[in-house]
Design a protein around this ligand. Structure first.
Ligand SMILES: CC(=O)N[C@H]1[C@@H](OP(=O)(O)O)O[C@H](CO)[C@@H](O)[C@@H]1O
Ligand SMILES: [Mg+2]
Length: 545
């Protein structure tokens, strides 16, 4: 049988519902799991082609991250562990939407456009989250890979960033680490122990952290990792999946958007807590104070903590490396102001989605990128890593320089540079707080967030909203941006923007202003405008209580 006959035969076992159209969004395809079997099979095919094209291992992750349990989704991972190249997102959309009889034509079209040598070997790694639909959907991916004669390795239940990490390890012949989950824990936990071993300012009390696992894969993996930490960090795990529902009233997205603690978590006043999202690529910190007030330390505050730490170390090591922080329009205005004016680092703003931030961060010696929702990491250029290593190994460097160089070296090792990683970010943050002897309260007061609000508006076709300037301005429908500008002027220190979500069928509205009442009012007014000008469906948005 030829390769294509096998594809035809197998694809009839993963039929596409006629007329269903999906878009490769902010982070892959995402919708109700019952519509995804054919997409998964086809992404198995596409990943195999991508592997042949790049002559490297590619990965496919089955997850819908922070979406509800009924949803699922898929993300494609490129050779260095980054998100798949943009042109291939286009192919993914074409393949996913080809009607059953047109699939081979669509497939051959990609092969022709990319001049793929079909006799080249292919290897695809596959991973999945804990959703009940993930097992059969991951099998559909594996079927797609084997239909085109590719080799596959099934990593089973892993976090999204763990799978990204495996791909990078595999394609760098182990230079980045060993392509196993055990290898991942060893590398990160070793670095954590090295970083914190002289942290004399850190009391035993400070070595404790409460973790909300969002009832997802992150919880399982935190449990698995714990013994590698050799009691240097004590983790209390909540929402571990034994009772609650995935992402339901818990997890990083819930905490960030609702600005309140997750359910299912025991929180004592002043205690440091964090939440992962459903595939453990995001992390958010928080605590409640003695008055019961909730304090959120989001991706912007995490980026500030990390970049301050790195800047200090660079200074101590006398290293002249260019450091930048990459954010999106959702970054709190106070964070941008602090980074630019007090810390004096370069700040860049990109479109939403880590693929955009990652790309921008690659322009610097050290690029710290975080979405406000806690999705982010740090990238070091090859040259920066080399300079740091040379300094750490140079016998004639003085003690202070050497100490800083060694801390930088272990910081590089604790970070998963392929993509935002809740586990790796958590260990880095914990290490920084321990080294600085800093409490979560002190970290929180670096700057004060401007009160803000995020809302969702349902419209008949969210694609009618087009944006420009890193999503900060709406260029269609006509009149929308002018209306937003007029509303913003009515509030002090205000800013607002709207954009279609790439993961949910809604339009997102963001507003910030001097007071919470003002931010809430502005978010509501802008929601109403979107509803009226962009074809809102259902009831008109109501003011916030
Ligand atoms: C405002 C917001 O949090 N948007 C999230 C969300 O994308 P949307 O396109 O906004 O639905 O999910 C993405 C994937 O996890 C994440 O990268 C992004 O930051
Ligand atoms: Mg996620």
């Amino acid at each position: 049988m030829t390769q294509f006959e096998e594809v035809s035969k197998q694809s009839s076992l993963h039929p596409k519902p006629v007329g269903l159209v999906l878009q490769y969004g902010t982070a892959g395809f995402r919708t109700n799991a019952k519509h995804l079997d054919h997409v998964m099979f086809r992404m198995g095919l596409l990943a195999t082609l991508r592997s042949k094209k790049t002559e490297a291992t590619i990965a496919v992750m089955v997850t819908a991250s922070h979406n509800p349990e009924e949803d699922n989704g898929v993300k494609l991972i490129d050779p260095m562990g980054e998100m798949v190249a943009l042109t291939w997102e286009g192919y993914a959309t074409q393949l996913a939407n080809a009607e059953q009889d047109d699939l081979l034509t669509a497939l051959k079209d990609v092969i022709k456009k990319e001049a793929i040598n079909m006799s080249q070997e292919a290897t695809v790694f596959v991973g999945k989250d804990t959703r009940s639909s993930s097992a059969s959907l991951a099998q559909a991916v594996l079927d797609g890979v084997s239909a085109l004669g590719g080799h596959s390795k099934d990593y089973g239940l892993v976090t999204t960033p763990q799978l990204h990490y495996m791909v990078r390890c595999q394609n760098t012949q182990g230079k980045y680490g060993e392509a196993t989950v055990e290898g991942y824990y060893n590398k990160l936990c070793q670095a954590f122990i090295q970083l914190t071993k002289n942290a004399s300012n850190c009391t035993d009390d400070q070595k404790h952290l409460s973790v909300d696992g969002a009832n997802g894969i992150g919880a399982l993996k935190v449990r698995e990792m714990e013994s590698h930490l050799k009691k240097e960090l004590h983790l209390s795990l909540f929402n571990d999946g034994s009772e609650g529902k995935l992402n339901h009233q818990c997890g990083a997205d819930f905490v960030k958007v609702q600005q309140k603690p997750p359910t299912g978590m025991k929180m004592n006043p002043g205690e440091r807590c964090c939440s992962f999202d459903g595939d453990a690529d995001r992390i958010i910190y928080y605590f409640t104070d003695s008055d019961g007030k909730f304090h959120l330390l989001d991706g912007d505050k995490i980026a500030t903590l990390i970049s301050t730490f790195l800047k200090e170390l660079l200074k101590q090591a006398h290293l002249d490396l260019k450091i930048a922080v990459v954010q999106t329009a959702y970054a709190n205005g106070s964070s941008t102001h602090y980074l630019e004016n007090t810390m004096k680092v370069i700040v860049r703003c990109t479109k939403t989605g880590v693929k955009h931030l990652h790309h921008a961060a690659q322009d610097y010696d050290i690029g710290v990128y975080f979405e406000s929702n806690g999705h982010g990491t740090v990238l070091f250029s090859g040259e920066a890593e080399e300079k740091i290593q040379q300094l750490a190994e140079n016998a004639s460097t003085d003690d202070e320089t050497k100490r800083a160089a060694l801390l930088l070296q272990n910081t590089i090792n604790i970070i998963n540079q392929t993509v935002g990683d809740a586990i790796s970010d958590m260990l880095l943050i914990e290490a920084i707080l321990a080294i600085k002897g800093m409490t979560v309260q002190q970290w929180d007061t670096i700057y004060s967030d401007l009160p803000n609000r995020q809302l969702k508006v349902k419209v008949s076709d969210r694609r009618m909203i087009d944006t420009a300037d890193a999503e900060r301005r709406a260029v269609s429908p006509a009149g929308l941006q002018e209306a937003i500008d007029t509303l913003v002027k009515k509030h002090r220190q205000a800013r607002s923007f709207v954009r279609p979500s790439g993961t949910e069928d809604i339009v997102r509205v963001y507003a910030e202003a001097e007071t919470q009442e003002s931010a809430d009012a502005l978010a509501h007014e802008v929601s109403l405008t979107v509803y009226r000008l962009a074809g809102g469906v259902g009831d008109e948005p109501k003011p916030l209580q």
